[in-house]
Ligand binder design. Structure first.
Ligand code: NAD
Ligand code: UDP
Ligand code: UDP
Length: 340
């Protein structure tokens, strides 16, 4: 048989996808070891996507994702989004950024670098690989709002040189960058303005109000209300947020879109509700938790409530979990971690 005998050569196997077959999506979740990110990773892994969780573990925890580690469609990269990175992905959920005021004020310059340089890098990555990019923006872009409830066309009332500015202005620049990459480079962007969210896996010492009050009540220490407690927030349960983010990402609308629960509560009402839910769980010899008032922080927004007309009409999304029900689900996780 001569060398030129074609019939004896190995034929390379060419595998073509079946018509209509869906390829598994490769999805990057920055900040994937944090509170929101770990729930997003869990949802996507269970859906069957290939998920890369990227985190520098500033406020995130390995504990949040330990149940996913070892699954064939999940991997973790320790990396700081302030530095460039080369990856091949189809979608990017860009969540990396400290979100609790005590964390983002701890190193404000790093916070603003994370929002600005981190978002620039992730948009650069999205541009190179033609990935769809979702920014987790925040209701903080409305600052101390002069319009109530807040619609997406409200431009906000932010103090650009205040202690919260590293976060608020950082996110506002992140939104600007996202829309500039969309207009200039045609990147598929999605911008979610997330309102206060709570749920299992929030860090016990996170510093945000729901986790503070719950941990304080379960430990039998007084609930710390900052200021007079008449300021309001609207609290959304984590499963509603995850559903909202995924629906936004997979849909056709860039946003910005408010993702939040319009139920509005003063901090006094929240404290009373948490006392009511936790007190029956305490041993009979432990007195019901009390309340102490502490000085408020500067530039604290006085009221906040999302107008979610856009999410309802464009995404057919709305939150389902009422505050009391969400708190009951979160308590199980906090009791287990606090050992009470
Ligand atoms: P979180 O602090 O629990 O999670 C943030 C994650 O980002 C952590 O795992 C942290 O280690 C990581 N991270 C921070 N800086 C990083 C960096 N430079 N490089 C890589 N990773 C970094 O906070 P969260 O509540 O899960 O918030 C997630 C995102 O959602 C944030 O972008 C936040 O601004 C946004 N958001 C959250 C809420 C809320 O109520 N939870 C409201 C509005 C917006
Ligand atoms: N970038 C990245 N990963 C990539 C592509 C880009 O981290 O796969 C970073 C890149 O280092 C740059 C930023 O994203 O700092 C913006 O990239 P772009 O290509 O948009 O701008 P340029 O590099 O031209 O400034
Ligand atoms: N707050 C409070 N006690 C706490 C923590 C926070 O009264 O232990 C108040 C805080 O002053 C603010 C509201 O609760 O008015 C929400 O604060 P959080 O840090 O949860 O979120 P954000 O201010 O970013 O909305």
């Amino acid at each position: 048989m001569g060398e030129g005998d074609e019939s004896q050569r190995e034929t390379p196997v060419k595998v073509r996808p079946q018509p209509g077959a869906k390829r598994t999506k490769r999805i990057l979740v920055t900040g994937g070891a944090g509170f929101v990110g770990s729930h997003v990773c869990e949802y996507l892994v269970n859906r069957g996507d290939d998920v890369i969780c990227l985190d520098n573990f500033f406020t995130g925890a390995k504990d949040n994702i330990k149940h996913l580690v070892g699954k064939p469609n999940f991997e973790v990269i320790r990396h700081d989004v302030v530095e460039p990175i080369l990856l091949e992905v189809d979608q990017i959920y860009h969540l990396a950024c400290p979100a609790s005021p005590i964390h983002y004020k701890y190193n404000p310059v790093k916070t603003i670098k994370t929002s600005v340089l981190g978002t620039l890098n992730m948009l650069g990555l999205a541009k190179r690989v033609k990935a769809r990019f979702l920014l987790s923006s925040t209701s903080e872009v409305y600052g101390d709002p002069l319009q109530h409830p807040q619609t997406e066309d409200y431009w906000g009332n932010v103090n650009p040189i205040g202690e919260r500015a590293c976060y608020d202005e950082g996110k506002r620049v992140a939104e600007t960058l996202s829309f500039d990459y969309y207009r200039e480079h045609g990147i598929e962007i999605r911008v979610a303005r997330i309102f206060n969210t709570y749920g299992p896996k929030m860090s016990l010492d996170d510093g945000r109000v729901v986790s503070n009050f719950l941990a304080q009540a379960l430990r039998g220490t007084p609930l710390t209300i900052y200021g007079d407690g008449k300021q309001t927030r609207s609290f959304q349960y984590i499963s509603d947020l995850v559903q909202g983010l995924v629906t936004l990402m997979d849909g056709d609308h860039t946003g910005p879109i408010n993702i939040g629960n319009p139920g509005e509560f003063t901090m006094l009402e929240l404290a009373e509700m948490i006392k009511e839910v936790v007190t029956p769980l305490l041993p009979s010899d432990v007195p019901a938790p009390s309340i102490v008032f502490k000085e408020n922080t500067s530039d604290d927004p006085q009221k906040r409530k999302p107008d979610i007309t856009k999410a309802k009409t464009l995404l057919q999304w709305e939150p389902k979990v009422a505050l009391k029900d969400g708190l009951a689900m979160m308590i199980e996780d906090f009791r287990a971690r606090l050992g009470v």
